[in-house]
Design a binder for this molecule. Structure first.
Ligand SMILES: Nc1ncnc2c1ncn2[C@@H]1O[C@H](COP(=O)(O)OP(=O)(O)OP(=O)(O)O)[C@@H](O)[C@H]1O
Ligand SMILES: [Mg+2]
Length: 226
């Protein structure tokens, strides 16, 4: 199995008069194709850890390696470039742009990366959306879709640049049961048949059971991993 993500003794402290420790001495290795779930009580530091693993935040101590590269010392521009090319994000709230169509929302990361010609971007975006059952919705705006459909658009957007890893924070947190199962199945399929790595924070026990590994966080530390 090949390693795609590694945290080495990662600690994140918010400085201040009373410093707050969000993540304490976390070390973990994630391999290609793994579907990893992060669980733990509210306020235990799950989102904080996910942001560190997704290079949306930087450790106060320790290092994060992505695809064999040590990202410590990267400046924000370098982090943004790596995120765009190698990572995809899905959050509890979809963060789609309301003034753009579904198709345009999925094309945006490709346009930013600039590796494909506009026509190829359009084709790839339409293909992804069709695979996710949204072939009829390409030219609609996000507010014309259901919550589950919007979350599938967010997954298509996360996959736009063929990321190594998709990071998801409570991707089913805002959905009804049927839509939650659907989103969970799509993410399992993405991990298991397309060999993408998924790291998801979830409170949803059924979602966690669909994964390969559960990392339990308590008080900013790894309590168990397996
Ligand atoms: N910007 C901040 N300033 C102060 N405290 C913060 C900040 N961000 C997070 N925290 C605190 O750090 C701890 C960890 O937060 P985090 O959001 O990572 O938890 P979580 O496990 O994702 O919780 P939840 O399950 O509720 O989403 C919490 O106690 C939170 O209140
Ligand atoms: Mg959280």
């Amino acid at each position: 199995m090949s390693e795609v993500l590694r945290a080495e003794h990662v600690t994140r402290v918010l400085p201040g008069e009373v410093p707050v420790t969000l993540v304490r001495d976390v070390s973990l290795t994630i391999n290609r194709g793994e579907f990893v779930n992060i669980q733990g009580p509210s306020g235990s530091g799950k989102s904080s850890l996910l942001y560190l693993l997704g290079l949306l935040d930087v450790p106060s101590e320790g290092r994060i390696w992505l695809d064999g590269v040590d990202t410590s010392g990267f400046v924000e521009d370098q982090l943004a470039e790596v995120r765009l090319a190698k990572l995809g994000f899905v959050f509890q709230f979809h963060f789609l742009l309301g003034e753009f169509t579904v198709l345009d929302n999925v094309m945006l990361p490709m346009a930013k990366l600039g590796r494909l010609e506009p026509e190829a971007q359009r084709e790839r975006a339409a293909g992804l959306l069709k695979e996710l059952g949204l072939g009829e919705q390409l030219h609609k705006r996000p507010d014309q879709l259901s919550g589950g459909q919007r979350q599938r658009v967010a997954i298509a957007r996360a996959m736009a640049n063929e990321p190594l890893i998709i990071l998801a924070d409570e991707p089913t947190g805002n959905l009804d049961t049927a839509s939650s199962r659907n989103v969970q199945q799509i993410l399992s399929e993405v991990a298991h048949t397309r060999n993408k790595t998924i790291v998801a924070v979830t409170h949803d026990p059924e979602f966690a059971r669909a994964g390969d590994r559960i990392i339990r966080i308590v008080d900013g530390r790894i309590e168990s991993d397996g």
